[in-house]
Design a protein around this ligand. Structure first.
Ligand code: PLP
Ligand code: ZN
Length: 424
């Protein structure tokens, strides 16, 4: 299942330690192992491949002494020990804010926002792209590429520019203008495709099969890419003082992030870096693209693909690759998957902004609105410590709220005109 041709990707010439403590790629379905390389599907059963490790013994102090970015967790990622020497966007170690006002508004005892909108290109995608870039480099790829709903393209284009590797990014042509510009500033190779994300994704797989030496971050190096999301889980635990929260709400597009945050928590327990305790994982989707939440509510363990129709474009994946694993994690931890309407998403954006001073994009509006709905429907325990992840920045999806917020008044520059507004 190698989509990158062997001429370009010199698997047997990999340098020692190219993937750190990673040992192999293992099939999530049947456990079959393949060598570390540009593979993403099991040759036996076509199940998704995942990175396996010879876990090192590592202490909290060793991690704390590392750089203030995701490379402090190098030992738990498929990247070399000298990763800091390779140009990258150095994402991560974003702030974890206690959200007292939002907690009070919703009647929650303790709430935190993990604010990933402050990453280099203003979304959590910088994390996954940093790991994919390392894999692409170690595998000798010539082109760094992706199909994207927007944020991924921004992150790939920026990281590629800094690393000096050719980038080509593919997006649906109806994508928000700010997300198009945020890619086009970094690369002259932005390709807008007339179709939805699932069409763009299909095209990318085809190109990966035809062209030599292309690393598509979320296609043929997806197992390496996906590991980057674990750093969200590590950071949340470390920033809570090496503890796990009781409940966490995570937006779901492909479902990779949610799956990997759970993997990170499990690894921290296994390594003795946090105390073992139960926690509940909740997934957040937009009503207009809710294949995972529909299956959760129907109590089935398969996903039926949908045609997305929502303002939450960064979550608009109709056929989510990791959907079934999200269902499994929500069910096994006692969490849930919930969805909200586009109006609720807009309200969620404004709610987070007015209570906490955080301007989130539609994905974060979805997460905030789902948090509110989970509380109101009694699915989330208001007394338990809760974390929500803000995955992206509102300046990239201005159109979502530009119709619902604006000047309270437009006045002449006189005191009497101001007094007449009643704002004094
Ligand atoms: C990509 C993305 C997600 C979802 O990520 P998955 O791992 O595909 O589920 C959430 N929020 C934002 C802002 C994103 O760009
Ligand atoms: Zn398999």
């Amino acid at each position: 299942m190698s989509a990158v041709a062997p001429e370009a990707v010199r698997e047997n010439q990999l340098r020692e330690g190219a993937f750190g403590n990673a040992t192999a790629l293992v099939c999530r379905e049947c456990g079959h192992q393949v060598a570390l390389g540009p593979h993403y599907a099991c040759p036996e059963c076509f199940g998704p491949l995942e990175v396996a490790y010879a876990y090192p013994s590592i202490t909290r102090e060793e991690i704390e002494a590392g750089p203030r970015n995701i490379w402090r967790y190098q030992a738990l990622l498929p990247v070399p020990t000298d990763i800091e020497q390779s140009p990258n966007t150095e994402p991560g170690f974003t702030r974890l804010l206690e959200a007292k006002n939002l907690a009070a508004e919703l009647g929650l005892a303790k709430l935190w926002v993990k604010d990933d909108s402050t990453n280099p290109t203003n979304s959590f995608k910088d994390r996954v792209v940093a790991c994919a870039l390392s894999a692409a480099r170690e595998l000798g790829a010539r082109v760094f590429a992706c199909p994207s709903t927007g944020n991924l393209a921004n992150a790939v284009a920026a990281a590629g520019a800094r690393a000096g590797i050719k980038t080509v990014v593919f997006i649906p042509s109806n994508l928000e203008q700010p997300k198009q510009v945020n890619s086009a500033v970094f690369t002259s190779n932005l390709v807008a495709v007339d179709g939805n994300y699932d069409d763009v994704n299909k095209l990318a797989s085809e190109i990966a099969g035809e062209e030599e030496g292309w690393a598509f971050v979320n296609v043929n190096v997806r197992p390496f890419y996906a590991e980057g999301s674990k750093t969200l889980g590590y950071e949340i635990a470390e920033q809570l003082g090496w503890r796990l929260p009781d409940q966490i709400v995570i937006p779901v597009a492909s479902g990779s992030q949610l799956t990997k945050v759970h993997k990170a928590f499990q690894e921290l327990i296994k390594l003795g870096l946090v105390e073992d305790k139960p926690y509940k994982v909740f997934g957040a989707q937009a009503n207009g693209c809710s294949p995972v939440s529909a299956s959760y509510k129907a109590g089935v363990d398969a996903i039926r693909p949908v045609k997305p129709d929502t303002i939450a474009k960064s979550l608009a994946i109709g056929n989510p690759a990791d959907g079934i694993y999200v269902l499994d994690i929500a069910n096994s931890t006692g969490g849930a998957v919930e969805d909200v309407t586009d109006d609720e998403i807009r309200e969620g954006i404004v709610l987070l902004a007015r209570t906490e001073g955080i301007f989130t994009e539609t994905a974060g509006g979805t997460t905030t609105a789902v948090l509110k709905k989970l509380v109101e429907t009694g699915q989330l325990d208001p007394e338990a410590e809760t974390v929500i992840i803000n995955t992206g920045h509102g300046l990239k999806t201005l159109d979502a709220v530009s119709g619902s917020v604006g000047p309270a008044a437009t006045i002449a520059p006189t005191y009497s005109a101001f007094a007449a507004t009643g704002l004094a």
